[in-house]
Unconditional design. Structure first.
Ligand SMILES: Nc1ncnc2c1ncn2[C@@H]1O[C@H](COP(=O)(O)OP(=O)(O)OP(=O)(O)O)[C@@H](O)[C@H]1O
Ligand SMILES: [Mg+2]
Length: 269
């Protein structure tokens, strides 16, 4: 449910953000949005529209040319320990075991192996990889490797989890299963999720709200509230409500509809 204080004090606030690359290309313009703590928000839009650019700005990896981002009142760089990121290519270190890959963010904080053992083990178990702690990335399937990337993004207990097309390289069945896994993890942790995806059904099945980015330069043209009940099992995809919501998002991407929903907030499950 959306709590009033969350909307009054959104956890993630983006105000008039635009970005022009050094090449002169203006990738995004006038992006404004607010997300309540604990919400699950998806961002969809055609290729090249600026989704990854926005995600990198939210992550503090890129400084916007205009506008500002506030995460719990601070800039993303000031709040970087509160952010976890999963990229489409999971960027695991092939020479490190599963446990050592998951441990990396804690190691960068200067914590010892002994001090982090329990935290790492909990994360490995949370993503369903117990028993694979000492395996190497080359010995894992794509879905398993992506679970390691999610565990690594969450191990330092960030308040915001940014995911850029995390399941894009997976087959359709594994992708569906990973979506359900992500919902389970989101339920188990107090974390706000911002998911970039090319898949409309994935966005609708997982999110409280779907943001649509369109135009050149890209901007948020629609916000589609997803009224589907939780928990969101795969069977929901067969319902009329699901299809109506997906059609609404598709129309918004194709520029047929302007749909303005309420700011997403609160944990729905
Ligand atoms: N480092 C860069 N320098 C110059 N232009 C860039 C850079 N990174 C991205 N762009 C351009 O900015 C625009 C938006 O790119 P971005 O990667 O944000 O799109 P996207 O929506 O994530 O696309 P996709 O769905 O294919 O991942 C594109 O035109 C791209 O060519
Ligand atoms: Mg991208």
């Amino acid at each position: 449910m959306v709590k009033d204080e969350e909307l009054a004090h959104p956890f993630l606030l983006v105000e008039g953000v635009g970005h022009r690359f050094a090449s002169g290309l203006e990738a995004i313009t006038g992006v404004s949005l607010s997300i309540g703590a604990g919400a699950f928000v998806a961002l969809v839009g055609s290729s090249g529209v600026g989704k990854s650019t926005l995600l990198r700005i939210l992550a503090g990896l890129l400084t916007p040319s205009s506008g500002r981002v506030r995460l719990g009142g601070r800039s993303p760089r000031q709040a970087d320990h509160q952010i976890g990121i999963v990229f489409q290519r999971y960027n695991l270190m092939p020479w490190r075991t599963v446990a050592d890959n998951v441990r990396l963010p804690l190691e960068l904080q200067g914590l010892s192996r002994a001090a982090t053992r329990q935290q790492v083990q909990e994360m490995v178990e949370l993503v369903g990889l117990a028993g694979f702690e000492q395996s190497y990335p080359g010995q894992l399937s794509g879905g398993m490797a992506q679970r390691v990337a999610i565990a690594r993004a969450l191990v330092h207990q960030p308040a915001l989890l940014l995911l850029d097309e995390p399941f894009g390289a997976l087959d359709a069945l594994t992708r569906e299963r990973m979506g359900q896994e992500l919902l389970r993890i989101w339920n188990a942790r107090p974390v706000t999720v911002f998911l970039v995806t090319h898949s409309i059904p994935e966005a609708v099945l997982l999110a409280d709200e779907v943001l649509v980015m369109a135009g050149r330069p890209g901007t948020i043209t629609s916000r589609v509230h997803v009224p589907l009940p939780r928990p969101r099992h795969l069977a929901l995809q067969a319902t009329i409500e699901f299809h109506e919501c997906a059609a609404q998002v598709r129309a918004a991407i194709e520029g047929e509809g302007e749909t303005r929903g309420k700011g997403a907030g609160g944990r729905g499950e």
